[in-house]
Ligand binder design. Structure first.
Ligand code: 1CP
Length: 347
């Protein structure tokens, strides 16, 4: 099979559509940043959110893992809270912690102070995407955003949370405010995704990282309608959509039905079981345990082969980790995984 130089015909996009591929495409969540020495070097002295708004840096950091590992896709270097900050939310990304707010979201007045996101608030994002796409040529760029629940959790908790208790308290204590907040976050997420697609991204991923903290009943009532609306806003964009959350084995069928072409699977669910759970008809992404990259190579190799094998039961498989690259991962192991995936799956 020949592939053209068009990223819309790349192995990643083809696999996401359930079409035949020359090899199983592979990329890694959090491949940009984190474990790469060249990332740490270029980021030195620049605040994370400032880096995300600087096209020179965003372009270089997005391309670094593609050059080094020869992955089948780039993931846009940004963060799920970038669109929130762009609307004026006073939020920072603290090194070693993550997104933090001095004044968390509590009330209707806070919602009234949260405007919609318009493209003129993020001209640099479109510019970064255009530059990256030019440099990438045939390799697709994946755009992304946080889903309303995960964004709401940062706003309400004021930072990373172990239990999401303030979020659940607001969700149940004032359902109307909860749904209105999530409707606003749907607009913000969808607008952020559309800017990336219009500037040339070839696929999008909607991260609902913390949805696994919810019961299925709460997920269905308070979260799924908003994720569905976010994904629906991209339905006519022409690019495949990937939906992923951590610890979401129990929610997989609901998430798979949210209006996505590909369901991302975290490492706690066996890939074959995940494929069966969603009915076998849907392309999947995943799901090597990122902690296993620290194990002896024989273990990594066995797991990669098993996951590739199980992935054959789906109409398409995008190889990935079951969550992000851990900061101390040896980048050499990541490159070897890419080579192994390509070698084993080539046909
Ligand atoms: O100073 C630094 O280097 C900050 C570390 C860092 C980086 C490199 C953060 C802070 N964000 C990012 C980039 C990032 N974030 C990317 C692009 C890079 C890539 O994937 O290769 C993406 C896709 C994200 C998305 C993101 N941010 C998610 C969803 C993905 C996931 O891992 O579940 C979440 C939950 C965040 C919030 C966030 N931002 C940063 C951190 C450390 C966190 C997590 C904090 C927490 O545990 O709650």
């Amino acid at each position: 099979m020949t592939t053209t130089a068009d990223p819309a015909d790349s192995p990643l996009v083809r696999a996401a559509r359930g079409e035949a591929v020359p090899h199983t495409p592979v990329w890694f969540m959090r491949q940009a940043g984190r474990s790469l020495p060249e990332y740490r070097e270029i980021r030195r002295g620049t605040d994370m959110l400032e880096a995300c708004r600087t096209p020179d840096l965003v372009t270089e950091i997005t391309l670094q893992p593609v050059r080094r590992h020869r992955v089948d896709a780039a993931i846009f270097f940004s963060d799920i809270v970038v669109p929130l900050e762009a609307t004026g939310v006073d939020i920072d990304i603290e090194p070693g912690v993550g997104p933090v707010l001095d004044v968390p979201f509590t009330s209707r007045e806070d919602l009234e102070r949260l405007p919609e996101l318009t493209p003129d608030m993020i001209p640099d994002i479109a510019e970064s995407v255009r530059r990256i796409v030019l440099e990438l040529g045939p390799t697709p760029l994946i755009g992304f955003a946080g889903a309303p629940f995960t964004l709401a959790s940062y706003l309400i908790e004021g930072g990373p949370s172990k239990n999401h208790e303030l979020t659940k308290s607001l969700m149940h204590g004032d359902p109307q405010l909860w749904h209105d907040l999530c409707a606003r976050l749907t607009q913000i997420s969808a607008a952020f995704l559309k800017v990336q697609v219009e500037a040339g991204a070839s696929a999008i991923q909607l991260f609902d990282s913390w949805a696994g903290f919810l019961s299925r009943a709460d997920y269905r009532e308070y979260v799924l309608p908003h994720s569905r609306a976010t994904l629906a806003a991209l339905a006519d964009s022409g690019v495949p959509r990937i939906h992923f959350g951590v610890g979401t084995g129990e929610l997989l069928t609901d998430m798979a039905g949210a209006g996505t072409e590909v369901i991302g699977v975290d490492y706690r669910v066996n890939l074959g079981d995940a494929i069966a759970r969603v009915g076998g008809g849907m392309p999947v992404q995943g799901n090597l345990d990122p902690a296993l990259l620290f194990a002896p190579w024989e273990v990594v190799e066995r797991e990669v082969r098993r996951i590739l094998d199980e992935g054959r039961a789906a109409p398409g498989h995008i190889f990935n980790l079951g969550h992000g690259v851990l900061p101390d991962t040896d980048p050499v192991v990541l490159t070897r995984v890419v080579e192994l995936v390509h070698e084993v799956s080539s046909r």
